[in-house]
Write a protein that binds this ligand. Sequence first.
Ligand SMILES: Cc1cc2nc3c(=O)[nH]c(=O)nc-3n(C[C@H](O)[C@H](O)[C@H](O)COP(=O)(O)O)c2cc1C
Length: 156
Amino acid sequence: MKANKIVYSSNTGFTERYARMLAEETGLPLYRLEHAPRGGSAFYLGWLCAGRIVGLSRARKRHLVTGCCAVGLGESPDPEKLAAQLPGGRMFYLRGGYAHEKLHGVYRLMMEGMLAAMRRRPPEDESARAMLTAAREGADYVTRAQLGPAADWLGE
Ligand SMILES: Cc1cc2nc3c(=O)[nH]c(=O)nc-3n(C[C@H](O)[C@H](O)[C@H](O)COP(=O)(O)O)c2cc1C
């Protein structure tokens, strides 16, 4: 195994569903970032907020993070921008979803601001337009199949 536990952060539940599936598939213990015992190696799953993997820097201060899944709404974000957030580790991307009714506080305001800006000036690229539609209508892209590469890598 490439890590001895799975640690995650999730705001609206999509990342948590992936983390639970990965724990089932690997048999590794699973912890929320706030409750994980410090030290040792960890595989981290975090959601994407404005291009950053939430909780990853905190996780790296507490654990040796060998690999990570970023969970976002976009179809395929820039792999280099994701990989740069975990130098020396292995990065994977999973498509999560969008549940506006579960968003609160600053994140809800941020998303409403982003959506209003996109409505005023509709994005030109296809993937940004798809994100806008998903955010408007809600979306759930979670599938066990997407976890395959991360589960295989962890078990190597
Ligand atoms: C404020 C905000 C910013 C976001 N920024 C991004 C982003 O940069 N890229 C992306 O793919 N998804 C972005 N998303 C979508 C979330 O990453 C997506 O909904 C994810 O599945 C949430 O995971 P969770 O349910 O575990 O919190 C953003 C969502 C919010 C609320």
